[in-house]
Design a protein around this ligand. Structure first.
Ligand SMILES: Cc1cc2nc3c(=O)[nH]c(=O)nc-3n(C[C@H](O)[C@H](O)[C@H](O)COP(=O)(O)O)c2cc1C
Length: 451
């Protein structure tokens, strides 16, 4: 066992047929299976063979540019329901947006998934990113960043009230007496808030985990505050151990304000591994992938991401002086900041910057051997840069096979990762408490009392 008493956590982040922007074009990609459940069944079973804590599916609410780039994805909760029948232990987590849903729908769907999977569900709470998404929901514009977080806070509050509307043990199922449930334990929520209202109760009893695990994936100031208030897992993109440690400390140091203990939240940055038997082999693989990215995509991507027209500049130059793109962004503010830091600190040309971003979308890119990767994972974990990683294979399914077959055994040998599951629910894998009713509301009242 290393320097920490607990073991690290691993998520298998599944995105298209691989995370790399051009990974779908690689001869090894399973792109033909992207809309076929068999492809995902195989990935889920591989991750479970590797004893991963969870599978994670991102979600975007639009399809664009379909002529040139990979696009479209199966609706993740539908997919996870199917995968729950093909697996036994692994956690099943997915993004659902608070901006384009109603709390009652979301509470019901995640509670159902938690029942169906025997307590393995987790919700990645995001506020979505683009006007393109707003247009699919009859809205002219995507709401403003801080407003979205305000709405998300209320949204999650309402969802947890709905999950609490059935107390544990409310089901009686007494055939003789004709009593289905104990009415005293099933209460309406009668919620009338600023943006949402619902009467309740939910039409699904409290689920095996009490609440499905709450995951938060924003890293801006309001994102971190939101994570500290309700997040049990935090997904993030970090480029260096130094930045990861600062982020780890920044989020953890806020927990006390919400009456929460350290350890009640697990921070898992993304990690994109390109592996080879030797460093040279790994570098060659990475280079082959990078060369599949068309240069025109780089200009288009950077222009859209930074909100400026870069078509008149040469890709061989560094970024020109531009108005503060973080201020201007209404999408992923922390990621725009990360790109700007990367460009300026490392003096990258736009070609290098674009390739880096389209390779792993700002997450940590690793190129090397399995032992070198295990060393990196161990270092970040032991230095409190994270509690584990979300593994983002650049090309699927092979990238996940390689990690499970070549890296997991080294982590296990070093005592850093479980040899087998010791629990049945996602909360048990993550070492998280099963929340009692009013869990996070109790935390908030602590803050109010102090204020
Ligand atoms: C691992 C990870 C997964 C994410 N998945 C999604 C997703 O599926 N859909 C989405 O709209 N945003 C997703 N995001 C983006 C976040 O919701 C958020 O916009 C982003 O991290 C920037 O946060 P900020 O606006 O607080 O800076 C993800 C972020 C991370 C780190």
């Amino acid at each position: 066992m290393g320097k920490r008493h607990e073991q690290l956590h691993l998520g298998a982040f599944i995105y298209y047929s691989g995370h790399h922007h051009a990974g779908w074009r690689h001869p090894d990609s399973g792109v033909e299976g992207m809309f076929d459940v068999k492809f995902y069944r195989r990935l889920a079973q591989t991750a479970e063979r590797g004893k991963f804590d969870m599978l994670f599916f991102a979600d975007l609410l639009y399809a664009t540019n379909v002529g040139q780039a990979v696009a479209g994805m199966l609706e993740p909760l539908t997919l996870l329901s199917a995968l729950s029948a093909a697996t036994e232990k692994i956690g099943l987590t997915a993004t659902v947006s608070t901006t384009y849903n109603e709390p009652y729908n979301v509470a019901r769907k995640f509670s159902s998934l938690d029942h169906i999977s025997g307590g393995r569900a987790g919700w990645n709470i995001v506020t979505s990113q683009l006007d393109l998404e707003a247009h699919n929901y009859g809205r002219p514009k995507h709401p403003e960043h801080s407003l979205r977080y305000e709405m998300a806070k209320e949204f999650v509050d309402v969802v947890t009230r709905l999950w609490d509307s059935w107390e544990d043990g409310a089901l009686v199922l007494d055939r003789e007496a004709g009593q289905f449930a104990d009415e005293a334990k099933v209460k309406p929520v009668d919620y009338n808030g600023e943006w949402y209202s619902t009467k309740g109760p939910l039409n699904v009893p409290r689920s095996p985990q009490g609440y499905p695990v709450l995951i938060q994936a924003g890293s801006s100031e309001p994102g971190q505050e939101f994570a500290a208030s309700i997040g049990e897992v935090v997904f993030t993109a970090q480029q260096s151990l130094e930045a990861a440690k600062a982020f780890y400390e920044s989020v953890n140091s806020r927990l006390g304000d919400y009456g929460r203990k350290r350890g009640s939240l697990k921070i898992m940055p993304g990690l994109s591994p390109v592996l080879g038997a030797t460093e040279e082999e790994a570098k060659l693989r990475y280079q082959q992938l990078q060369e599949l990215i068309p240069e025109a995509h780089i200009t288009a991507f950077l222009s859209a991401f930074l909100g400026v027209d870069l078509t008149k500049y040469s890709l061989n130059d560094q970024l020109p002086e531009i108005p503060d793109p973080v201020e201007a962004s209404n999408g992923m503010k922390s990621r725009v900041q990360l790109v700007m830091d990367m460009a300026r600190n490392e003096k990258l040309t736009m070609l290098e910057l674009g390739r880096r971003m389209l390779g792993a979308r700002g997450h940590l890119q690793f190129v090397g051997t399995p032992v070198q990767l295990a060393d990196l994972i161990q270092l970040w974990f032991e230095e409190y840069g994270c509690d584990g990683f979300n593994i983002m294979a650049p090309v699927l399914p092979g990238g996940l096979d390689d990690f499970v077959d070549q890296v997991v055994p080294i982590l296990q040998e070093r005592g850093l990762f479980r040899e087998d599951y010791t629990g049945d629910t996602l909360r048990e894998h993550l070492g998280l408490e099963r929340p009692s009713e009013g869990h996070f509301r109790a935390g908030r009242s602590v803050v109010q009392e102090r204020a």
